[in-house]
Structure formats: structure tokens, C-alpha cells
Design a protein around this ligand. Structure first.
Ligand SMILES: Cc1cc2nc3c(=O)[nH]c(=O)nc-3n(C[C@H](O)[C@H](O)[C@H](O)COP(=O)(O)O)c2cc1C
Ligand SMILES: C=C(O[C@@H]1CC(C(=O)O)=C[C@@H](OP(=O)(O)O)[C@H]1O)C(=O)O
Length: 385
């Protein structure tokens, strides 16, 4: 079973991830993990923190001479910003006399519910861990997982299809063009014509002291037929992917394939005909988004993921000072205006993690060589069916 645990506060010394269950013998690269961390920091609309950090991973266990050992892999991402927070985020020292507590919860964030649930007077004790800074750990774990998937021919990408109501309309369908176009874009959209309007929408929000959300699409190609299962609800891959996407900060909706649009159409306009070309099964359309019955059907998996606007507003909404119960505007923390492009990179890597779990569930083995044997045997069996 592939699993991980993460820890770390946004302005604490570092973020830590321990990945367990990665088979031995996989060639992995630090550069490939750092590249995903770098991509997560990009995107128009990010706040000043991104100018302070250059996220990179330090690996301190589970890898020797560039190959996995089968033992737990520990990843560290240092918070460079910690040097500015050593007094306010001290692990052992007493709180400084002049410590300013955060007492005015921000609507939309974990502040109010978190402070009540964990009995904190200082909301900083909540927001430090609720912060999307932790998405760096999701990306670091996912970046390892995608190296396993790449070894078996599975690729993942994501692109932004909507920001603040501005929609991408003309998106290239060719995989390489899609990736190169959105990689060049400041908002990670593959529709060059929509980019300027998306940027203008973020500028408009910023000028008003407001924020915007949006939608991104994750595409996973190369999965064999048969990842996931229909036999029990918690083994359904569609459910696992949706849950994983919803676990990313600020994600409020997930569609698979046609998603909500499927609910408006006749069945004949939704379901994908089955054909066989002499060597394999094909689907002329992909309304199912690569998943039927919670199982991969061999077509690309397509997820559309909705992100709400950033919760911290520079023109804050009404709130209550939890120390006095008096009405006061919500706290304003240094913040992003729009993080949909960054969230799309998080989505890619979170999806990689879930697919890698499903892959290792189907093709279990302690070493890459054992898994390769199983994959080859399964491919032979599928070819004969
Ligand atoms: C990449 C990324 C960056 C974010 N940056 C901020 C930010 O700078 N300020 C903020 O208030 N919320 C930010 N958020 C959103 C909050 O983390 C989110 O609103 C909060 O965790 C509550 O979300 P929930 O209701 O989905 O749990 C960001 C989210 C993501 C995915
Ligand atoms: C504030 C949140 O997270 C954001 C995401 C983030 C990052 O590394 O992605 C780092 C944070 O840095 P800081 O709080 O120091 O500006 C925020 O930019 C949040 O989610 O509430």
C-alpha cells in the first residue's frame, strides 16, 4: 500500500513528507521533484511569498545512488521565510511579549471553525497548518508518484479552463501542443485568446482588494484498463480521485468526463460506443472521462476541478473579534489574489498520487522488476480478450 504523511506550518522551519510503499529499484530524480515544486510557485495572481521561496526538496532516506530502496522516503522542503518568523513561530521559546494574536477570523478560511474546534485563542495556530503552503507537500509526494507512473507510460497534465468567469474556448486537443501552450501561459491556459481576459480579471480583483477562483482540467493518459474497482464503494477510482481533489485547499467541485452536463443529455448522447480495431478496444468518444464503474476503461481520465476565490480579502468582509465578540473586519494577511494556475499543478500531482496508489494496488510487488513482470503478464492477457 502506497501512503504518505505530511507535516509543517506555513511559517515554521520546514515542510516534511514521509512516503511509504514505493517499490525498490525505481530510478528517481530530485530535479524532477524540484521542477514540480517550481511549477506550483508560478502563475499570475500569486502574492509576495512566492518571491521569498524557491521550493526544493532534500531527500534524507529511502533513496541510494538515485534509486528507491523500498524503505520510507523522507522529503524536506525548507521554508525560507522562517528566518523572518523565528520569534512568532518559535518551537520552544516563550511567546514574545509583543506577540500580536490573530483574533478576527476570515470568512471562507478554516479560521473560525478551526479556532473553536482546537481551542485556540490565536487563530495563527489554525491558519499556519490550514494554509495552502501545505500543497507543496502534496506536490512533492505526487512528483515521486509521477516518476513511477512515467516508468509505466502514464502521463498527466492540467490546464486552466476558467478564471473569474472568463472561459477558455479554443483548447488544442493534441497532447504536446496542449502542454507547451499552457506551460508558456502566465495563467496556465491552453487558449491563447482567453489569456489576456483572464489576466485582466485577476487585475480587476486585485484593484478592488478582491480575489477570483476558477476551473482547471486534469488529464491522465496511458492508464491500462482495470485500475480501481467496482466491487466496493471505497475502491472506486472516481470516488478516490474526487476525494483527493476536494482535499486540496479551496476546491469546491469535481466533474469527471461530461460531469454535470451528462445530467442534461439523453443517454445516447452521453455514453461512449465500444469498438474493437482488431488489436484493442476503443471508444470513439470519451464522455465517461476514462472511468466506468469506478474502473479505468483505457481512455484518458478527464477531471474538471472548481476552485473558490482566495479567502483573504484586502477589502475584508465583516467578521467578529473572537476576544471581544465585537463586530470588526476580518484579518488581512499577505495573500494571493488568484491561485488557480498553481492549484492546477497541485491537481496534477495529487492525481498522480491517487493513480500510483491504484496502479500499485493492481500490480503489487516489492520491486520495480516484479511489477514490470505483472504489468507485462496482464497486458498479454488483456490482448487476448
Ligand atoms: C495554491 C493555493 C494557494 C492559496 N493561497 C491562498 C492565500 O494566499 N490566501 C488565502 O486566504 N487562501 C489561499 N488559498 C485558499 C485557502 O487555503 C482556502 O480558502 C482555505 O484552506 C479554506 O478552503 P476550504 O474551504 O476548501 O477548506 C490558496 C489555495 C491554494 C490551492
Ligand atoms: C495563505 C495561504 O497560503 C498561501 C500559499 C502559500 C504557498 O506556498 O502556496 C504560501 C502562503 O504564504 P504566506 O501566508 O506567507 O503569504 C500563501 O501564499 C492560505 O492558503 O491561506
Amino acid at each position: 500500500m502506497l501512503r504518505y504523511l505530511s507535516a509543517g506550518e506555513s511559517h515554521g522551519p520546514e515542510l516534511t513528507v514521509i512516503v511509504e510503499g514505493m517499490p525498490s529499484g525505481l530510478a528517481v530524480s530530485k530535479a524532477a521533484i524540484d521542477e514540480q515544486l517550481r511549477r506550483r510557485q508560478q502563475g499570475y495572481g500569486r502574492g509576495l511569498r512566492m518571491k521569498i521561496e524557491t521550493d526544493q526538496v532534500e531527500v534524507t532516506s529511502g533513496v541510494r545512488f538515485g534509486k528507491t530502496l523500498g524503505s520510507p522516503i523522507t522529503l524536506h522542503v525548507v521554508n525560507k521565510d522562517f528566518v523572518h518568523w523565528t520569534d512568532r513561530m518559535a518551537v520552544w521559546d516563550e511567546a514574545p511579549d509583543n506577540l500580536k494574536q490573530v483574533t478576527r477570523p476570515r470568512p471562507g478560511h478554516a479560521d473560525l471553525a478551526g479556532a473553536i474546534k482546537y481551542d485556540h485563542e490565536d487563530i495563527r495556530n489554525v491558519l499556519e497548518r490550514a494554509s495552502a503552503r501545505n500543497t507543496a507537500t502534496m506536490v512533492a509526494a505526487g512528483a515521486l508518484a509521477r516518476q513511477l507512473l512515467r516508468h509505466f507510460g502514464i502521463d498527466i497534465t492540467a490546464h486552466v479552463v476558467e478564471i473569474g468567469g472568463v472561459q477558455a474556448k479554443q483548447v488544442p486537443t493534441d497532447w504536446d501542443t496542449l502542454i507547451s501552450t499552457c506551460d508558456e501561459s502566465q495563467v496556465r491556459t491552453a487558449d491563447k485568446a482567453a489569456e489576456a481576459a483572464m489576466i485582466a480579471r485577476i487585475d480587476e480583483a486585485k484593484e478592488k482588494g478582491d480575489t477570483v477562483g476558477g476551473v482547471f482540467e486534469v488529464i491522465i493518459r496511458g492508464c491500462p484498463i482495470g485500475l480501481g474497482s467496482y466491487v466496493h464503494p471505497d475502491r472506486k477510482l472516481d470516488g478516490q480521485l474526487a476525494a483527493a481533489m476536494m482535499s486540496i485547499q479551496a476546491i469546491k467541485g469535481v466533474e469527471i468526463g461530461l460531469g454535470f452536463e451528462a445530467a442534461r443529455r439523453f443517454g445516447s448522447e452521453v455514453h461512449d460506443a465500444i469498438v474493437h480495431d482488431g488489436s484493442r478496444y476503443l471508444r470513439p468518444t470519451n464522455g465517461a472521462g476514462g472511468l466506468e464503474g469506478g474502473v479505468t476503461n483505457g481512455e484518458p481520465i478527464v477531471l474538471r476541478v472548481a476552485m473558490k476565490p482566495i479567502s483573504t480579502l484586502y477589502q475584508p468582509l465583516a467578521s467578529v473579534n473572537m476576544a471581544t465578540k465585537q463586530a470588526e473586519p476580518a484579518t488581512v494577511e499577505r495573500s494571493d489574489y488568484c491561485a488557480v494556475p498553481a492549484a492546477s499543478v497541485v491537481g496534477e500531482n495529487v492525481a498522480a498520487w491517487v493513480i500510483a496508489q491504484a496502479f500499485l494496488d493492481k500490480f503489487s510487488g516489492d520491486s520495480i522488476a516484479q511489477i514490470e513482470e505483472q504489468v507485462a503478464a496482464y497486458a498479454r492477457r488483456v490482448a487476448g480478450r
